[in-house]
Design a protein around this ligand. Structure first.
Ligand code: M6R
Length: 617
């Protein structure tokens, strides 16, 4: 996902920018660039590929070491391919900017700009913002006013940092969704970035901008104002007094929390590895041995354990719907001792974060030896599973330290979604593929907009956990995509909060477990706006009538769900294809179990009796 750094002060700006961008590399990117003042002119150097390419370009400008003001960016392509032309910074006349996030109304803005005689040169939504600022500055407005007024014309969650040759030595940043952090450089000046990492080298005192904040930095100081009203606002400084261990956790109290918040970047890295990002196709799987195996599969068996099994169940919904291929999802520990009726046209996929889970490994090893086509989907390069399977596909979530699987669940789902959509396109069954693909590319941005430690969503989850804490038991129910999520939510709650929880297909409750329902039982109803919502709603009424404490989780505008539920967690507002809703719901159920565990005081990252990698059967 895109990373931003901006600097003005006494230090060599290009050095600050490049060091900062290095610290943001973990977010995933496919092009990069920096812009810096040479006298009163702004020089831009950018390139597709890695930051090294930009460094080589910069090395041709020894005078870049003199620059004291600049902005830098790592881009992960959503609108337009990962080319140098689409890389940031973008220039419009004297205005130069970097942008992180999505401008949702970019098509209308582009149409109006072209109508007014402008010619954008990139395929990005970001460049358009520069035209808006440029026009306003040309009519005599200051950079700050022009940025604020331009922002009022765009919709979508994003941040920008902008400079202009008309105001050398000033950087203006706005946060309206995607995070932006600012700090005063103790040597004089201001540094801005997408997260605190690039700032920590210079100071521990940082300001996390709020949504709708504008920050103006010069070598003599920093000021904040409200984007809408223009009024000056004061923002308190957080002192990131992080020990080396906390620094490793980047300030989060637990690895699990950090890993929940890392899901957007884990998605970016996974998509970068899976897809051919230069292709104009939707869901273009990069050429690799697994693709041929997928293409020829007449039937698919997925084997996995625990959370990976839940991700696989989700994969079945997409694979069957789009690729029209029969899929069975098997618990590896059961499958390995069965005598399953499968033939060599059946592709066997083993899904495992660690790639070392004994049962999953045993199935793949044995079937591969018998000549079945096998694919490993794993987060661990060099793992035994990756070596044993005929082909390996890697989920690039980065190391997951918390025993509870969080970000690896998301990227396992994402990988299976890409398999399903890719096959669906090949087999002519996926009518919405283009739309789903463009939304998939935007998902990490959308999720990072609401996955914020201080977000109202997190507060709502925490407050709800407090109210439910002392109940006797918990049922998570859902239909369709929400069924595997219900299973995963219950597993998370059990493993880290040590409370009894079960996940059920909402329609199954009345076949037995409903007998347990009374006022000491919570039923957590996953009912987003999807094809199954009405049916799930009826199941909610059944348990409510029997006294259950009902927590509804659904669309923020679902008034009837809100009213009928005793407790209510609205999902973040976003227009999204229903097949992608699991990615929005996942962090919510993870955070719910996390908050329970915090209240219970359990050992969240190392829950009792559990191991991260289960290498025994
Ligand atoms: O490494 P794997 O994905 O194969 O691990 C499978 C399960 O052991 C794992 O998902 C386990 O259920 C986690 N503790 C869940 O959080």
């Amino acid at each position: 996902m895109c990373g931003i750094v901006g600097y003005v002060g006494q230090r060599p700006a290009v050095d600050v920018l490049l060091r900062g961008l290095r610290r943001l590399e973990y977010r995933g990117y496919d092009s990069a660039g920096v812009a810096f003042f040479r006298g009163s002119k702004i020089e831009i150097q950018k390139s597709e590929g890695k930051l090294e390419n930009v460094e080589k370009l910069i090395n041709q400008f020894p005078e870049s070491a003199e620059a004291r003001c600049g902005i830098g960016h790592t881009r992960w392509a959503t609108h337009g391919k990962p080319t140098t032309q689409n890389a940031h910074p973008h220039r419009t006349g004297h205005v130069v900017l970097v942008h992180n996030g999505i401008i949702e109304n970019y098509q209308e803005i582009k149409r109006d700009l072209v109508h007014r005689g402008h010619q954008p040169v990139s395929e990005t939504d970001s460049e358009l913002f520069g035209f808006l600022v440029f026009e306003k500055m040309e009519s005599g407005k200051s950079l700050k006013t022009a940025v604020a007024e331009s922002f009022r014309e765009v919709t979508g969650a994003c941040s920008v940092v902008v400079m202009s040759e008309k105001e050398p030595g000033t950087v203006v940043g706005v946060r309206n969704g995607s995070p932006l952090v600012a700090a005063v450089d103790p040597k004089g000046g201001v540094i801005l970035a997408s997260d605190a990492q690039p700032l920590l080298e210079y100071t521990r005192e940082v300001v996390f901008l709020e949504h709708g904040d504008l920050v103006l930095g010069t070598s003599s100081g920093i000021s904040f104002s409200d984007l809408k009203t223009g009024a000056t606002v004061s923002r308190s400084t957080s002192v990131l007094d992080w020990s080396p261990a906390a620094l490793d956790k980047q300030g989060y109290d637990h690895y699990m929390l950090k890993e929940i918040f890392e899901q957007p970047s884990a998605m970016v890295d996974t998509l970068n590895g899976l897809l051919d990002r230069a292709s104009a196709e939707s869901f273009p799987l990069a050429a690799q041995p697994a693709v041929e195996l997928l293409n020829t599969a007449e039937r698919i068996v997925i084997v996995a354990c625990g959370t990976a099994w839940h991700a696989s169940l989700m994969g079945k919904y997409w694979l069957e719907k789009w690729a029209r291929v029969p899929v069975s999802v098997e618990l590896a520990s059961e499958f390995r001792y069965r005598d399953p009726a499968i033939d060599k046209r059946t592709l066997v996929i083993g899904v495992s974060q660690s790639g070392e889970t004994a049962d999953t490994l045993a199935v793949i090893t044995e079937l591969r030896k018998k000549g079945f086509p096998t694919i490993a989907v794993t987060n661990t390069r060099g793992s035994t599973l990756a070596r044993e399977a005929q082909a390996a596909v890697f989920t690039n979530a980065g190391p997951e330290i918390g025993v509870a699987a969080t970000k690896t669940f998301t990227v396992q789902m994402l990988t299976l979604l890409c398999f399903a959509a890719f096959l669906g396109k090949r087999r002519g069954q996926s009518a919405d593929a283009d739309e789903i693909f463009s939304q998939t590319l935007r998902l990490p941005h959308l999720l990072s907009g609401y996955l914020d430690v201080r977000s109202p969503l997190r507060q709502a989850i925490r407050e709800t956990a407090k109210k439910l804490l002392n109940l006797r038991g918990f049922f998570f129910i859902g239909r369709g995509y929400c069924f595997p999520l219900a299973l995963e939510a219950a597993l998370k709650l059990k493993e880290i909060a040590y409370v009894h929880a079960e996940g059920y297909a909402a329609g199954e409750l009345k076949h037995g477990p409903i007998a347990m329902i009374d006022q000491d039982i919570a039923v957590i109803v996953l009912a987003p706006n999807d094809a199954w919502r009405e049916k799930t709603f009826s199941n909610l009424e059944e348990v409510k009538a029997r006294g259950a404490q009902v927590l509804g989780i659904g669309n923020p505008r679902d008034e009837s769900l809100r009213k009928v539920s005793h407790f209510w967690i609205p999902l973040p507002e976003m227009e999204i294809h229903e097949s992608l809703i699991p990615f929005v719901l996942t962090p919510v159920i993870q955070l719910l179990s996390y908050e329970f565990a915090v209240l219970k005081g359990t050992d969240i990252d190392k829950p009792r009796n559990l191991a991260k990698s289960v290498t025994v059967e």
